[in-house]
Design a binder for this molecule. Structure first.
Ligand SMILES: Cc1cc2nc3c(=O)[nH]c(=O)nc-3n(C[C@H](O)[C@H](O)[C@H](O)COP(=O)(O)OP(=O)(O)OC[C@H]3O[C@@H](n4cnc5c(N)ncnc54)[C@H](O)[C@@H]3O)c2cc1C
Length: 437
């Protein structure tokens, strides 16, 4: 049996980063035939589709430096061009909604501003207990009901009253009253928020990032699907029966998969694992035979008449994502055990997506579809339900107790971006090596 000092399960950005920062004596095991995980891109007939377009931004100087080093000039800074589409009025407003009410019908703006004034008038109002209450508490009735709650229900697939709001830091822009007023009275072009400027690779889709990181990792074993972990014997088994011994185990796979791998998980931990909530995303990717499908980078849809909640236009991130004379759109459709998919089967999803794109005026009847494909992301987003913190702590305490180091978007079970995942892999490597993180 081969003995490995540091075994890293999963060759996504977290696993690659853990290995890179461990520097030596590691092996990364990845079930697919290429590394990159969620940060991969699919190439179909010259079109590059990410697993939903991934933009790069970070407030972490270390992550920023590493990303720039890895992409070595294959990176372009861009200004965000993100909007919301209001089907009922057939109009677009700038993202985020709460900073850009300008252009909406007067009654909507009045609802939003008067809701906000009610909030400001009542500083002693009861503190919120869940995300739905937080939306009313923070923005008032108008903004909560016109947009925030309908959109939350679509992306999170549950009523936000079942979610906590500890995750919103930097995720939900919180403009002050003056900015909201300014954005209601004029077309405020000054952008705000952490992703107002972002980076995207010029060539190769977002996969250029994990490909570059993987070049710095010497021992990645592909097509290795872990099937069993024995924490007492310190062994891992793979499809086909191959077994390896390990000293340290870095675990970047979903926490929800643990019962498939580990026998005799204590009942309390099993209950916590079964309590974890997450959604799934289908990316319906469509390429068409004209270049000017949209001037925007991405658009949000909060109305149920559209099957997708967000769509993006890869050509507006990088022209190299589409063959000459074409453009493409990636349409994200969320579902979960709480909100099953509205239609089943790839062709039905593509048909419903094309219908929605035509209804929103994005595709024309004359467009020729040159590529249509569906990518699945499962799990996609962890859901911060009200038991989230208790459940994750129970699972993490158990894993630490049996000598397994969880990390990454699904090992830490966090709403991580690529920079967070990279830093999470580094943090675990630093812990294992006894370095200050
Ligand atoms: C829809 C969506 C949009 C996103 N947009 C952005 C964005 O715009 N900007 C941004 O910064 N981040 C974005 N992210 C987040 C980003 O994708 C993640 O933070 C990051 O890629 C996660 O990396 P990871 O290594 O932790 O997990 P993963 O990428 O999931 O890696 C886990 C790896 O484990 C492998 N694996 C699974 N099971 C096994 C097994 N049994 N045996 C061996 N290997 C296995 C998988 O194949 C995978 O390669 C987005 C995520 C989603 C879902």
């Amino acid at each position: 049996m081969e003995q490995i000092k540091h075994a890293v399960l999963g060759g996504g950005l977290t696993g690659l980063s853990a290995a890179y920062h461990l520097e030596r004596d590691y092996t990364v095991f990845e079930k697919l035939d290429e590394p990159g995980g969620l940060a991969r891109s699919e190439e179909i007939d010259g079109f590059y589709f990410d697993y939903a377009p991934h933009i790069l931004y970070t407030v972490d100087p270390y992550a920023s430096k590493l990303i720039h080093e890895l992409l070595e000039g294959n990176i372009r800074i861009q200004k965000r061009e993100a909007y919301l589409y209001h089907g009922k009025y057939d109009l677009y407003t700038r993202f985020p909604y709460q900073s850009h009410l300008y252009g909406l019908p007067a009654q909507d703006i009045i609802d939003c501003l008067s809701g906000l004034v009610d909030v400001l008038r009542d500083p002693d109002r009861p503190k919120p207990q869940n995300y739905r209450e937080w939306l009313y508490w923070r923005f008032g009735k108008g903004i909560a009901e016109h947009l925030m709650i309908p959109y939350a229900e679509r992306i999170w697939t549950i009523d936000p009253k079942h979610m906590n709001f500890n995750w919103i830091d930097r995720r939900v822009p919180e403009p002050d009253f003056e900015s909201i007023l300014r954005g209601a009275l004029q077309d405020e072009t000054e952008l705000s928020g952490f992703n107002k400027d972002f980076w995207y690779p010029i060539e190769g889709g977002i996969e250029a990032l994990p490909v570059a990181l993987a070049k710095r990792v010497s021992d990645i074993r592909l097509n290795k699907t872990v099937t069993h972990i024995d924490p007492k014997a310190r062994t891992i088994e793979f499809e086909g029966g191959e077994v390896f011994g390990y000293e340290n185990l870095v675990y970047t796979l979903p926490l929800t998969n643990l019962p498939k791998f580990i026998d005799d998980i204590p009942a309390e931990v099993m209950t916590a694992i079964n309590g974890l909530q997450y959604n799934r995303i289908k990316c319906v990717n469509i390429g068409i035979d004209r270049t000017d499908i949209s001037p925007y980078q991405w658009l949000y849809f909060y109305e149920d008449e559209f099957i997708f909640h967000r769509i993006s236009f890869p050509r507006n991130f990088s022209e190299a994502t589409c063959p000459p004379g074409t453009s493409s759109v990636c349409c994200e459709i969320a579902s979960s055990d709480h909100r099953p998919p509205r239609v089943e089967g790839d062709q039905a999803l593509i048909d419903a997506t094309v219908e929605g794109l035509k209804k929103a005026g994005i595709m024309r009847d004359s467009d020729r579809v040159v590529v249509a494909d569906v990518l699945s992301v499962d799990p996609a987003y962890v859901i911060y339900d009200l038991d989230y913190e208790t459940n994750v702590k129970i699972i993490h305490d158990y894993l630490h107790g049996i000598g397994i180091h969880p990390c990454g978007r699904f090992g830490d079970w966090q709403y991580y971006n690529m920079d967070h995942s990279i830093m999470s892999g580094k943090r675990v490597a630093d812990q294992i090596m006894g370095r200050a993180s």
